[in-house]
Ligand binder design. Structure first.
Ligand code: SF4
Length: 445
C-alpha cells in the first residue's frame, strides 16, 4: 500500500528527463507512487528548464494553478527543482516563487527525503545513509529498449548565451566504474540502445581511469569509455549528446567507428561566422569546425551529421548570417536544430550584448535555415534508395512499423507484426525529407 502519491512534471532536455528518473526513484523509495492526476497528488514536483523564457513562464503559471489545489488539499507539497533554482544565485527567482514549498537545484536531490520530512513528518521519515552526489541514485526507468545514462553534469565552457554553467554548476564527471555498472544493469533488463548524456559530453575525463581494461587502446578517456561500453554484451547501439567541437580530437573521431556506435553525429556549430563565434565564446572558427567535419568524414564516409544553430545572436548582421548558411552547405548536414536567440538573464550575452536583431529578422533567418535543410536532406536521403539500413523499431500501428536507422533516419515499412524493440534490416524504396520508406528484409530476434 503506497504512503501517498506524487506528480512529476519535466520540462526541457534529455538531461532533465534523465534527472526526473532519479526524482521518481527517490519518491518511490519513500513509498510513494506516481499519479498523472495532480488533484490526487500529495507531492507535486516541477523539474524546470531555463533554456527559454517560455519554459520558465510555464513553471510560474503552474504554481499559480496550484494555489487553487492547496485550498482543497492544504497538506499539498509543491517543489521546484532543475535549472531555475540552479541558476538563481542571488535568490531573485525564489522571491517570485514563494508559493513553492521546496526549491532546490537538482544537485541537491539526495537531500529531498530530509526536506520532505521537515515539511510533513507525519508522511515522511528518513532512513539509510546519505548519498554524496545525486548521480549515485539509481534511476527509475520505464521498461524500455533504450536508456539514457548521465556521464557528466555541469559545464565549464561559458558560452556567452548559455545558462547551463550557472544552472548546473561546473563540470563534474562521474566515475567510469559507476557508468559501466549502470550500463550493465540496464542491459540486463533488455535495453539494447544507450545514449550517454553530458553538457560537453566528449570533454568527459574519467576520475578513475583504472576502471578501464588493459586492452583499451585509447588514452582519451571519453574514447576509452566508448570502447569499454562497446565490449558489453547485449548492447546494439551507442550514441551521445552533446559533444563540443573543441574536444573532437583524433582519438574521439577514431572511436566513432567502433562497431556499436550510431552512424550519426550531432556536433553543435551554433554559427558560421568567426566574429559571431568569438562573441559566443565558442573557441573555434568556422574553418576549424569544417576541418573536424572533414576528419570525421575521412574516418566514416557515410556518417549522417547534424548540428545546433543559433540565429539572430546579438550583433549578427545579415552578411554574418550568410556565413552560417555557407557553413551549412559546406558541412552538408543531414539535419539541424536552429533556434532563435533569446537572452537568458545572468548570462554574459544578456548582460553585455543588446538583443538587437528584430524578431521578424530572426524568423526570416530561422526559415532560411529550415528551407536549406529541407533541400539538402531530400537530396541526401535519395542516396539511401536501393540500399539496406538497420532500423531499431519503436512503434508499430495500423500496419506500419517505424524506428530510426543508425544514421538517425526515421524509417518505416509495412508490417502487421509487433516488432517494437527489434532491429530490422530494411531495403529503402522511397526517400522523403523526414522519412525513408522500404521493405523489411530480415530481423534480429
Ligand atoms: S558547451 Fe554547451 S552547455 Fe556548456 S556553456 Fe556552451 S552551450 Fe552551454
Amino acid at each position: 500500500m503506497p504512503k501517498g502519491k506524487y506528480h512529476l512534471i519535466t520540462y526541457g532536455c534529455q538531461m532533465n528527463k534523465a534527472d526526473s528518473e532519479r526524482i521518481a526513484a527517490v519518491m518511490e523509495g519513500l513509498g510513494f507512487e506516481a499519479t498523472a492526476d495532480e488533484n490526487a497528488a500529495d507531492v507535486i514536483i516541477l523539474n524546470s528548464c531555463s533554456v527559454r523564457q517560455s519554459a520558465e513562464d510555464r513553471v510560474f503559471g503552474k504554481l499559480r494553478d496550484y494555489s487553487l489545489l492547496r485550498e482543497k488539499n492544504p497538506g499539498l507539497i509543491v517543489g521546484v527543482t532543475g535549472c531555475l533554482p540552479g541558476r538563481d544565485l542571488d535568490g531573485k527567482i525564489r522571491k517570485k516563487l514563494m508559493k513553492a514549498d521546496l526549491y532546490f537545484p537538482i544537485r541537491e536531490l539526495q537531500e529531498l527525503p530530509t526536506r520532505l520530512a521537515g515539511l510533513r513528518p507525519d508522511l515522511f521519515e528518513v532512513s539509510g545513509p546519505a548519498l554524496d552526489n545525486y548521480l549515485s541514485i539509481a534511476p527509475k526507468r520505464p521498461r524500455d529498449f533504450h536508456a539514457n545514462i548521465v556521464i557528466q553534469t555541469g559545464c565549464n565552457k561559458f558560452c556567452t548565451y548559455c545558462v547551463v554553467p550557472y544552472a548546473r554548476g561546473r563540470e563534474w564527471n562521474r566515475p567510469a566504474k559507476d557508468i559501466l555498472a549502470e550500463a550493465r544493469a540496464v542491459l540486463a533488463t533488455g535495453v539494447v540502445s544507450l545514449d550517454l548524456l553530458g553538457q560537453a559530453v566528449n570533454a568527459y575525463v574519467a576520475p578513475d581511469p583504472e576502471a578501464f581494461s588493459p586492452a583499451n587502446p585509447y588514452k582519451n578517456t571519453f574514447a576509452a569509455l566508448l570502447w569499454e561500453l562497446n565490449q558489453l554484451e547485449g548492447l546494439q547501439r551507442l550514441g551521445f549528446t552533446s559533444p563540443h567541437p573543441l574536444h573532437m580530437d583524433d582519438e574521439v573521431i577514431d572511436s566513432l567507428a567502433l562497431p556499436k556506435m550510431m552512424n550519426f553525429l550531432n556536433l553543435p556549430a551554433q554559427a558560421g561566422n568567426d566574429e559571431v563565434l568569438r562573441r559566443m565564446n565558442r573557441r573555434y572558427t568556422a574553418a576549424q569546425y569544417l576541418d573536424i567535419i572533414a576528419k570525421v568524414r575521412r574516418r566514416l564516409p557515410d556518417i549522417a551529421l547534424g548540428t545546433d544553430l543559433i540565429v539572430g545572436f546579438p550583433g549578427e548582421t545579415a552578411e554574418q548570417f550568410e556565413d552560417t548558411l555557407k557553413l551549412y552547405r559546406a558541412a552538408d548536414f543531414d539535419i539541424s536544430y536552429p533556434a532563435m536567440y533569446s537572452p537568458r538573464s545572468g548570462t554574459t550575452s544578456a548582460r553585455f550584448f543588446p538583443d538587437d536583431v528584430p524578431r521578424e529578422e530572426k524568423k526570416r533567418r530561422w526559415r532560411a535555415v529550415q528551407t536549406l535543410m529541407e533541400q539538402v536532406v531530400l537530396k541526401k536521403n535519395q542516396k539511401y534508395v536501393g540500399t539496406e539500413v538497420e532500423v531499431l523499431i519503436d512503434s508499430c500501428a495500423r500496419g506500419w512499423c517505424s524506428g530510426h536507422s543508425r544514421e538517425m533516419k526515421l524509417t518505416r515499412f509495412r508490417s502487421e507484426e509487433n516488432l517494437v524493440g527489434k532491429t530490422v534490416v530494411v531495403r529503402i524504396t522511397k526517400a522523403m525529407e523526414w522519412m525513408l520508406e522500404g521493405e523489411a528484409v530480415s530481423h534480429k530476434p
